[in-house]
Ligand binder design. Sequence first.
Ligand code: PRE
Length: 413
Amino acid sequence: MTDALGEAGAGWSDRRSPDQPLPNTLAEVRQQIDSLDSELIALISKRARLAERVAEIKQLSNEPQTSFYRPEREAQVLSRVRERNPGPLSGDTMVWLFREIMSACLALEQPLSVACLGPSGTFSEQAALRAFGHGAHLVLEPGIPEVFRAVAAGSVDFGVVPVENSTEGSVSQTLDALAFGATGGALYGVWVPGEVRICGELSLKIDQQLMARQDARDVLPQRIVSHAQSLAQCREWLDVHYPGVERIAVQSNSEAARLAAESPSIMAIGPTLAAEQHGLDIVAANIQDSAFNTTRFVVIGRDTVPPSGADKTSLVLSVNNMPGALSRLLAPLAEAGIDVMRIESRPARERAWEYVFFIDFEGHADDERIRAALSKMQPFCSSLRVLGSYPRAVMSASSPNAAGGSTSGRVVS
Ligand SMILES: O=C(O)C(=O)C[C@]1(C(=O)O)C=C[C@@H](O)C=C1
């Protein structure tokens, strides 16, 4: 044990050089796997003890530290894992394994609670598990405004909300919550008490499955139910394969699966996980109109995140009502060579035909060149708020799924 703790890693290349012949018999291979597993167990335990030590040091430190979760450090660890991965496992798989190891280590330091759109079986739940791993405790909320409320009120540590989809565009409830709800106020009938910040992002490849009860095969479908976004992402496919069948938008994909489980005349659209959870068959797999259908989620919290070295900053602003204001506003970013990744507008709500703009660009708000650009932008804005600076996504959209595989459901046709 002491040997493995002290030496594993150090003597690795001597003991198992790539030239060393691989064992020939199954028994020999399994013996080597057993011995490696013992080393891995010892190493992971050693890492977990170090994470416990990190917690002790953080507790003793005088720095204001409200959370043990450090997104900037996690991004650095995961980027390094991807860079150093020699194969044959893919970079995505290796990153996912380390995501879970870090999640378990963090749970030893401080178990996190994370809110997302429920009930269980939504893409948001998958995104939350991918962002935080299975060490986090998920709190499943009935809607996006409720996720913001839970974070702002401090009843959970973080939230994960969808912000845009590659087929259907922005998720307006999230943008409105970031722009208006975050400063305190009523949002879609839900009181959001204070400010939240963006502290992370991730993308999830969205594969939509058409699902129904096993006995639905002999029944003519009367309704297809799903979340409005999912119905929209499958619009063309449904027009071709189920023209004339009524489509009904419901609160979530898991609610849709629950309804389909109640009646053979109802089909639902949603993730494989929802089919598995409700005992439904997958009637047609991956029916989304775009093969690249991807949703970007943001992690919301209450604290700012220090620079990780590969960051992104999100702003929300309204432009002074003067000719050419928007292009003059963007000029300081272009002049400083700052890559603008996204500009999105939403109606300002207070007055007709006035807008707020969401701007994402590379870099951290603590960087000197970003500070300088922001102060040059300020005079063209009637309001400007940094929603957050946070590490750019390390995991790719189609990396292994944290909650259920995308193809593990029972496909019947
Ligand atoms: O480095 C830290 O601050 C840690 O708490 C350790 C660790 C890790 O397991 O690597 C765990 C949780 C944090 O979110 C980041 C990293």
